[in-house]
Design a protein around this ligand. Structure first.
Ligand SMILES: *[C@@H]1O[C@H](CO)[C@@H](O)[C@H](O)[C@H]1NC(C)=O
Ligand SMILES: *[C@@H]1O[C@H](CO)[C@@H](O)[C@H](O)[C@H]1NC(C)=O
Ligand SMILES: *[C@@H]1O[C@H](CO)[C@@H](O)[C@H](O)[C@H]1NC(C)=O
Ligand SMILES: *[C@@H]1O[C@H](CO)[C@@H](O)[C@H](O)[C@H]1NC(C)=O
Length: 474
């Protein structure tokens, strides 16, 4: 070897070694960060004596909300104004966003059919017990259903926390709640649950903060505090969308409190997982049975779909207040913005249907209930800020995607959801991925769209947790 070659080999070896070290640093698991469990999010100044604040404000109060007629009349008037919408282009359905011809029909239904029945819808919405309590300075809203002692005999009884996302609400879970809870009356049903369904901070009746920094990790702390306050030291978690992210954060930061984590939007955005995803796309059959390969591949299709559909995400992560201004107090725009997601995320092919296929998968009343919740609580801006907080540098610095999650984990994939991750990618983070399933029907809002399928998937997961781990029913 010439001296130059030798130097070159040496330089390459050192460079390679450094690169390997750097890459493996990027790869390695990290320890969980420590979060402040009493972080103050309230409008008022932080109390000097937190213990006294807790003693004073930890009361859980019933919360049967009712809106005066004038609020509903005001909305009727807004929905009765001449709509100055721009007609869709020739032959365009939902490809350019919510179709304005169909929007007119939807508004007419909302105004003339749905709103006159609002008091009935209220009875429906308040069919479960609603509560509020103060957590770290914010009033938090939640549903709480407790199984009666008499109905526990001979059954397995666990608590489950259900977590919604954006642009959803507790309303997404109503059918699932019936399946988890109401079936205590069914003698053949072996599993019954205490069900806790919070509205995320800044969503619906849960107060939003006036401070920066309330990202998914901090929300996880708050919701765990809520569960502890209600007396649940160990519980199952089920969630999709932000609910999945926040559920994962609870499971990661507080494994001692989590019996099992079940997600219908399981993901792993660690660098290693993303590289693995690209790698797997060259030899898909090696990583997933051919029957389900089209959940993941081709990656090019997934990426272009993500680009087409994630504009809202960038907007909300960067300028949530601007789009919030356009939507607040504007029920027609709000409905279009929210329900476009319920169309496309339920089935991408619905973009070519003039009515967005909304009624194929849902009852319009259920969708309008959800829109009403955002409208009446004026929570669209605060809900969208969660995106900005999730992508702040402070939140990213927590690197939770690289902190292993050890609790039993279940992943339910619904074909039409926005993107999917292979077990091979998930297992890096979820060390006990004991349940992994594929559903050829259903999309992003599985709880609302296919509650029975989600319920049986969840029960299957609970059974696997029972078999593999020594967990105790309540
Ligand atoms: C590689 O790792 C070293 C030591 O941790 C660090 O100082 C350096 O900035 C890293 N280089 C790159 C390109 O990340
Ligand atoms: C507790 O609540 C009472 C009544 O609302 C109030 O007067 C008092 O200042 C509160 N104490 C603390 C420590 O917050
Ligand atoms: C809507 O406005 C029209 C007049 O512009 C009125 O006749 C009708 O009663 C209004 N409908 C409702 C539901 O307020
Ligand atoms: C999406 O809708 C099409 C019909 O438009 C249907 O053939 C397909 O099965 C649906 N996909 C899912 C996952 O439900």
């Amino acid at each position: 070897m010439s001296p130059i070659t030798r130097i070159l080999v040496l330089v390459l070896a050192i460079g390679g070694g450094m690169l390997y070290r750097n890459v493996s640093q990027l790869w390695a698991d990290l320890p969980p960060p420590k979060l402040n469990e009493q972080e103050w999010w309230g409008d008022e100044a932080e109390p000097a004596d937190y213990a006294a604040y807790l003693a004073n404000s930890s009361e859980v109060v019933g919360n049967r909300l009712s809106y005066p007629d004038v609020r509903i009349e005001e909305l009727t008037i807004l929905l009765n104004q001449t709509l100055r919408l721009t007609p869709p282009l020739e032959g365009v359905a939902f490809e350019y966003g919510f179709n304005s011809d169909y929007l007119k029909k939807l508004v007419a239904y909302w105004r003339d059919n749905y709103l006159p029945r609002w008091r009935e819808r209220e009875v429906f919405l308040w069919q479960f017990n609603h509560f509020t309590t103060d957590i770290q300075g914010l009033r938090m809203h939640f549903l709480h259903l407790m199984v009666y002692n008499d109905n526990k005999v001979g059954k397995k009884h666990y608590p489950v926390l259900l977590l919604h996302g954006w642009p959803g609400s507790v309303r997404e879970f109503y059918n699932l709640i019936h399946l988890l809870y109401q079936t205590q009356l069914n003698k053949n049903n072996k599993y019954i649950f205490d069900v806790i369904v919070p509205s995320l901070p800044g969503y619906a009746w849960s107060q939003g903060t006036s401070r920066k920094g309330l990202g998914p990790a901090q929300v996880a702390v708050m919701i765990r505090n809520l569960m502890l306050r209600l007396g649940y030291k160990k519980f199952f978690i089920q969630g999709g969308d932000w609910g999945s992210v926040i559920g994962s954060n609870i499971a990661t930061l507080y494994p001692e409190n989590v019996l099992g984590y079940h997600s219908n939007m399981c993901n792993n955005f660690s660098p290693k997982s993303l590289v693995k995803g690209i790698f797997a796309s060259f030899i898909p059959n090696f990583f997933v049975s051919s029957e389900y390969a089209d959940f993941f591949f081709p990656k090019s299709r997934e990426l272009s779909y993500l680009l087409e559909e994630s504009g809202y995400f960038h907007l909300q992560a960067t300028k949530p207040d601007t789009i919030g201004s356009a939507l607040s107090g504007n029920p027609v725009g709000l409905a279009a913005y929210i329900l476009e997601k319920f169309s496309t995320w339920t089935n991408a092919s619905y973009r070519s249907l003039p009515d967005g296929g909304l009624k194929r998968s849902y009852k319009l009343d259920a969708l309008l209930d959800n829109v009403m919740i955002y409208y009446l609580t004026n929570s669209i801006t605060t809900s969208q800020r969660l995106y900005a907080e999730a992508y702040s540098s402070a939140q990213r610095d927590l690197r939770l995607e690289r902190v292993p999650t050890t609790v039993p984990t279940g992943c339910a994939r619904f074909k039409s959801d926005i993107m999917h991750f292979l077990d091979y990618q998930l297992q890096d983070k979820y060390k006990n991925l004991i349940h992994s399933s594929y559903h050829k029907q259903g999309g992003h809002f599985a709880a609302l769209e296919v509650p029975k399928v989600l319920h049986s998937d969840f029960i299957e997961f609970v059974q696997k947790v029972e078999r593999k781990f020594n967990i105790k029913p309540l």
